[in-house]
Design a protein around this ligand. Structure first.
Ligand code: BTN
Length: 326
């Protein structure tokens, strides 16, 4: 850990710390501490200076903690977990996961970051990723049947994420095809799958999961759709370490099940959580748009739409948008 990371770890408790005691603990001058503290504001941390006494974080922080997360995992999840990396700052956990997967076989590796400077969403969008506020997680998994068999994987992961969130105490978690996590009409999280290797054979899949836990209002202006976070939904701030452990646990389970039996075993559960089932929707794929009634998904995870002529068609790509009900 560098000085800034050590400093954050000390003041995370929200208690008052004098510049002198911080300097002593970190072996640097009070001026160096003051400079570091000023820089914390760049991370969006709200620091209060109490004249003549010291400094404190206005809101205490629960930082991600490897030992704490591992202590919450079941023996079977621990056996599947190859390694767990926690970074303070990454451009993107998916990007780092890709680098690791390219270097070596890294299946079962989980990468977390306290913040992402270039968090990636679907369709080239960015993913707003402020410091110590939300969950940014990537997991590497190996497949040997190629991308064809992976069509339903992102939907299966959605089922795993939903199970984790329900176990964490969230009510009414819904899924929107292909892989958005919703509560009510607001997006709580998203899943971004990226593949490296042979699309027709051996490949590694990077499963990126972003969950809004406590999005600072100051950052939310950059989000271009209706959103929510766990704190708003539950009225309370849950432990991110606990939610991360639940995500690892449930995503390992569904990915293993998917690898052995395919998407079909998750289909009913996905359909029960489908927030657009029987709704009039518009599917946008490139320059074309198709409208119809969403009927759910087939055994491979393809979206099924009843078109205006009554015909039912399956779709595997594209962006789904809810059509105004008029
Ligand atoms: C979406 O657009 O809904 C997908 C968002 C996926 C965001 C996560 S955060 C962790 C991982 N790293 C990234 O850069 N993106 C994914």
């Amino acid at each position: 850990m560098d000085v800034r990371e050590q400093l954050i770890a000390i003041i995370a408790d929200g208690k008052i710390h004098s510049g002198e005691s911080l300097g002593e603990k970190l072996g640097v001058s009070r001026t160096a501490i003051w400079k570091q503290l000023k820089r914390l504001e760049e991370l969006g941390l709200n620091l209060e200076a109490i004249k003549g006494v010291g400094y404190r974080l206005v809101t205490p922080l629960e930082l991600l903690n490897k030992a704490c997360i591992k202590a919450l995992l079941s023996p079977s999840a621990l056996a599947q977990l190859r390694d767990l990396y926690i970074h303070q700052t990454l451009d993107s956990t998916n990007h780092r996961a890709k680098e690791l997967a390219e270097e070596d076989s890294a299946a079962g590796t989980v990468i977390l970051a306290e913040r992402q400077t270039a968090g990636r969403g679907r369709r080239g969008k960015s993913w707003v990723s402020p410091y110590a506020a939300n969950i940014y997680l990537s997991l590497i998994w190996d497949f040997d049947h190629g991308a064809q068999a992976l069509e339903g994987l992102s939907l299966a992961v959605g089922v795993g994420v939903r199970r984790a969130l329900i176990e964490a105490g969230l009510p009414e978690v819904a899924l929107k095809w292909p892989n958005d996590i919703y509560v009510g009409n607001a997006k709580l999280g998203g899943i971004l799958l990226e593949m490296i290797g042979d699309p027709a054979g051996d490949c590694s899949v990077i499963i990126g999961i972003g969950i809004n836990v406590n999005m600072p209002p100051s950052q939310s202006g950059e989000i271009d759709q209706s959103w929510t976070d766990i704190k708003t939904v539950m009225g309370d701030l849950p432990s991110r370490n606990h939610i991360v452990a639940l995500l690892i646990e449930h995503v390992f389970t569904v990915v293993t099940g998917f690898q052995e039996q395919g998407f079909d075993i998750y289909r009913n559960e996905w359909m029960e959580a489908d927030r657009l089932r029987n709704c009039q929707v518009k599917l946008i794929a490139g320059n074309t748009a198709v409208t119809g009634i969403a009927l759910g998904v087939d055994q491979n995870g393809a979206l099924q739409l009843r078109l205006s002529n009554g015909e039912v068609q399956s779709f595997v790509g594209g962006e789904l948008s809810l059509r105004p009900d008029n």
